[in-house]
Design a protein around this ligand. Structure first.
Ligand SMILES: [Zn+2]
Length: 373
């Protein structure tokens, strides 16, 4: 297998070992507000990986879920006075259009969390059977003391995990919990929230279990590559791993892929700061190929910050690549080697620069990065 990729859990670079079909799961959006450049960057990183696997003769099955029921979307729908599924439908159309304009290959399936309630309930049952779940006050919790590897994906110590759980709405002070790190599998719904019947009363799923249920349903017990933004590593991916491996007894993920965070002019990009950059605005000002170059100039594991100069530089680079005709396939091999080395896309762009400077045409080399010359 050619592609080598960093795995967060093993903290090293290892080959992807899929032989027939590589299975990939990218944690998708919660469709309650416009998705920004950071989300697009995660999807683009998976896109480059999928293109190279296919180029290497490996079939791929990519799943991108849609979190259409969780605290965020319910809060936003309440504030707008609309049904949460109407809000989801509206935002998904906007997001799909933006991702198409970025030239992303289609996912095999984009399943919605609300499609998996029965699988979620079965998974919670499996946690009970394993003695790793308890019910209290209408909610069901996962008992982290029953999963000795808890903390291995992130590598964080208990203090750091507590800090992040508190930051990400983990309700560490919930008196029903035996351990503040225990996390919700099922929760009672508020009167104006959607509710599904369960043996603990009407309620709705916790966020983490949605992804486990969808991943297991769509891709089986062990996934080749699972990931998302690096802020998902804890608690989301740690919790997904604990409940999935408890239920199946099998390793959940071979490669954990975590993508660095994208800021704006040195500041964290966030909805609350109102400093979001949107992919559709960048494409309206240039074109898909230039935006891909501007993003792929950054290694996926680095945190980086968007500046408008990046787009101008990418436009110039694209023009220079297009100024040389022909198609040098040895340049394609150089780009393959860069991608195979932990998705070194900045190196791949530099290889094309070098080839073009020698008068070698870069059509196939750029196409492997989804860039049409
Ligand atoms: Zn997820």
């Amino acid at each position: 297998m050619s592609v080598h990729l960093y795995d967060s859990r093993r903290r090293g670079i290892f080959p992807i070992e899929a032989t027939n079909t590589a299975t990939l799961y990218s944690c998708g959006i919660t469709p309650y507000d416009s998705a920004h450049l950071g989300h697009a960057f995660v999807y683009l990183v998976f896109d480059v990986l999928v293109r190279r696997l296919q180029d290497d003769g490996i079939a791929t099955r990519l799943v991108r879920n849609v979190t259409d029921v969780d605290d965020d979307i319910l809060r936003k729908a309440r504030s707008l006075g609309v049904h949460y599924l109407d809000l989801a439908a509206e935002q998904m159309v906007i997001f799909d259009k933006a991702m198409k304009s970025l030239g992303l290959l289609d996912a095999a399936v984009e399943p919605r969390a609300t499609s998996a309630i029965s699988e979620i309930l079965s998974l919670i049952d499996a946690a009970f059977v394993a003695g790793a779940a308890y019910a209290e006050g209408g909610a069901v919790y996962f008992d982290v003391s029953r999963f000795p590897d808890f903390g291995e994906v992130s590598g964080y110590d208990r203090d750091r995990m507590l800090e992040l759980a508190a930051e990400h709405g983990g309700n560490v002070d919930d008196p029903n919990k035996r351990d503040p790190l225990d996390f919700v599998l099922w929760q009672p719904s508020l009167p104006d929230e959607p509710a599904w019947e369960s043996r603990w009363g009407p309620g709705r799923p916790g966020w983490h279990i949605e992804c486990s249920a969808l991943a297991l349903r769509e891709l089986g017990e062990t996934i080749d590559v699972h990931g998302g933004g690096r802020d998902l590593i804890f608690p989301h991916h740690e919790c997904e791993t604990a409940q999935s491996e408890t239920a199946t007894g099998e390793p959940f993920v071979r490669h954990w892929l975590h993508v660095g965070l994208v800021g704006l002019e040195g500041t964290k990009m966030s909805k609350s700061l109102g400093n979001l950059v949107f992919v559709e605005d960048l494409i309206a000002r240039s074109e898909c190929a230039a935006v891909r170059i501007a993003l792929l100039e950054h290694h996926y594991r680095d945190d980086w910050s968007w500046t408008d100069e990046m787009l101008g530089e990418a436009v110039n680079r694209l023009a220079s690549w297009r100024s040389v005709s022909g198609d040098d396939l040895s340049l394609l091999d150089e780009v393959r080697a860069c991608i195979d080395n932990d998705l070194d896309t900045p190196g791949a762009l530099r290889a094309i620069d070098g080839g073009v400077a020698q008068g070698r045409g870069a059509r196939s080399a750029a196409a492997l990065l989804g860039i049409n010359l």
